[in-house]
Write a protein that binds this ligand. Structure first.
Ligand SMILES: [Zn+2]
Ligand SMILES: [Zn+2]
Ligand SMILES: [Zn+2]
Length: 261
């Protein structure tokens, strides 16, 4: 079964252009260098699953014509991955039940704290998002079935923190990753589309840098690899020209077709 994967955002937590910066990438006229906070939409047979809702979720959904969301999977609780949750409100009202938000216990605890008025059991704000927190375990192989498609947790290291990457069909989305444990690498063999964090040129404590991401991509040997969570350090065109043929920087609005089942 064919599915479409759309990059809602491909930028790092600060976004590109970065506030207060006048570097060549931040002032570039190339639209590929305009990067909103990282998120993807996975769509098949009329279903839409979103991974992470950052600060620009509303603008991203308008841009891509997303008119309904069946479920959201969260990778972790950092601002650039969760702060757009409240913008699910109008879409959640269209669904019959509560829209499930999947994540590990740590991530759900952050959502519960940040959006306290949404999740309190008494005196809940009447028009808050009609969503439901659904806990996923942290074990490798933990998965949730969404309309018959398993979305499997593939743990990655984000500095010292183990967070969720997700594999679905022949694709995997691994944002905010500084390394991938061996057991997770085994779950990523033979896939068609691999999406990896590649922040900048210099090493960083919690994100893979370009050389390391290329090394991981070559080790996992997916048919095609796309980098995301990109800072203003990487110009789209010149960076792409330096990469192997099957590795590319993602950009906002990039759409990929892949086999989901
Ligand atoms: Zn992030
Ligand atoms: Zn800049
Ligand atoms: Zn993060």
């Amino acid at each position: 079964m064919q599915a479409t994967l759309t990059f809602l955002g491909s930028g790092t937590s600060m976004g590109v252009p970065t506030l207060g910066c006048t570097c060549a990438v931040c002032t570039s006229t190339d639209p590929h260098n305009k990067r909103t906070r990282p998120s993807i939409a996975v769509q098949w047979e009329g279903h839409t699953v979103i991974i992470d809702t950052g600060q620009e979720f509303r603008l991203q959904a308008l841009r891509e014509g997303i008119t309904h969301v069946d479920a959201v999977l969260y990778t972790h609780g950092h601002a650039d991955h969760i702060l757009g949750m409240d913008d699910l409100r109008p879409l959640s009202f269209k669904n019959t039940g509560r829209t499930p938000l999947y994540g590990d216990a740590e991530t759900l605890a952050v959502l519960r704290r940040v959006f306290e008025y949404t999740f309190r059991t008494e005196d809940r704000y009447p028009t808050s998002a009609r969503v439901e927190l659904c806990a996923l375990g942290t074990e490798i192989g933990e998965k949730v079935d969404i309309f018959g498609i398993p979305f499997e947790r593939v743990p990655v290291m984000h500095g010292h923190q183990a967070i969720a990457g997700y594999r679905f069909g022949s694709a995997a989305y691994l944002t905010d990753m500084s390394d991938i444990p061996d057991a997770s690498r085994e779950r990523l063999q033979g896939i068609d589309i691999l999406i990896l964090d590649a922040l900048r040129r210099e090493p960083h404590p919690t994100h893979a840098h370009l050389v390391k991401s290329v090394e991981i991509a070559q080790n996992l040997a997916a048919k095609r690899t796309f980098f995301t969570h990109i800072s203003h350090d990487l110009d789209h065109e010149t960076t792409n020209a330096s990469l192997p043929d099957n590795i590319r920087l993602a950009y906002d609005g990039l759409r990929l077709e892949f086999e989901i089942a």
